[in-house]
Design a protein. Structure first.
Length: 330
């Protein structure tokens, strides 16, 4: 986890949301396969959304959320092994989904002036790992057909090699200073590569979570949904966003950096930004629109040193995982 801090460079970026070409199914290359499973609450699968909500609302008290520590990030991977394990499956740039604004009116918490507006489509994640320790991460909503998806890091849904899926998983869109006026959304189903769940490789460190309805409503209808992009240039203007929780941050606010991402390793990308532990799973946004407060998720924060954030490159392989998860619902 990152421990040091430097001022976050803030410069407003408002790129127009573009139309999407048709999106074809993609297959996973290399030795990796899709791993998925039901989310558990206190070690049990709960299929009833109301029961899941009641159990997790009772568990995630303000005191427990404050005590949660940032999720442990994976170590740097071997570049040679990365090239062999994930040889690359890059096609034409394509958007798997386009952004969708909430059906309800934007009512985000009042915040101090900032270069980019608070978005409800990025949020804070809490879970209990297989060692029984409460942890925090970040994530972004995706406008999938089922209207219920969160994109995050693999280590924010599963402990990696020799471990299991996390327990008591919740997502709070637009979380700010202990407030989550747009709800606490409980996980229903996890999808992640076995390159992460069985091998703990950093270049496969991503996951998708389908959540239960809350009060009969879908997540995307309440918080809005970002688009998701695959195969775009590794050199591009980007907004990085998340909830850093290691000092000097405390996880209570949504922070961002604006700049350019760049290639890192074979199938990873990097961004020079001072977001500490807890920001894991936060989105790399392509074409972030500061008026709509939405963009296209094109990677997720997975690991890095103090002053950099690295994530898996979203290519056709990642598209295959998105396709496997996009229609899942209870």
């Amino acid at each position: 986890m990152r421990k040091h801090f430097a001022a976050v460079a803030l410069a407003a970026l408002a790129l127009a949301v573009t139309a999407s070409p048709s999106f074809a199914a993609a297959a996973v290359t290399g030795s990796n396969t899709i791993d998925s499973g039901p989310a558990l609450i206190h070690g049990r699968q709960i299929t009833d959304p109301s029961q899941a909500q009641a159990l997790l609302a009772a568990y995630w008290t303000p005191e427990r959320m404050r005590a949660a520590t940032p999720a442990d990030e994976p170590s740097e991977g071997d570049p040679a092994l990365e090239r062999l394990d994930r040889p690359g499956n890059v096609g034409e740039p394509v958007d798997g989904a386009r952004p969708a604004t909430p059906i309800t009116t934007l009512t985000g918490s009042s915040m101090s002036p900032r270069a980019l507006n608070l978005t409800k489509a990025t949020g804070r994640v809490f879970f209990t790992n297989s060692s029984g320790v409460d942890k925090s991460c970040s994530g972004s909503t995706i406008n999938n057909p089922a209207g219920n998806m969160v994109a995050t890091a693999g280590h924010c849904v599963h402990g990696g090699k020799g471990m299991g899926w996390h327990d008591n998983w919740v997502y709070m869109p637009g979380y700010h200073n202990g407030s989550y006026s747009d709800g606490m959304w409980s996980a229903y189903w996890y999808t992640s590569p076995d390159g992460w769940t069985k091998k703990s490789y950093s270049w496969w460190d991503f996951g998708f979570v389908n959540v239960h309805k809350l009060g009969g409503k879908k997540l995307v209808h309440v918080a809005g949904g970002n688009g998701i992009s695959f195969n775009y240039s590794k050199w591009s203007s980007t907004v990085l966003m998340g909830y850093p929780a290691d000092p000097p941050y405390d996880g209570t606010d949504q922070y961002h950096c604006v700049g350019s991402m760049y290639p890192r390793g074979f199938q990873q990308v990097g961004f020079n930004c001072f977001l500490t532990g807890g920001a894991s799973g936060g989105p790399f946004f392509r074409n972030y629109d500061n008026t709509l407060r939405l963009g296209f998720t094109s990677s997720v924060i997975a690991h890095g040193p103090d002053d950099k954030n690295y994530g898996p490159y979203f290519d056709n392989d990642v598209a295959a995982f998105y396709n496997a998860a996009k229609n899942k619902q209870p």
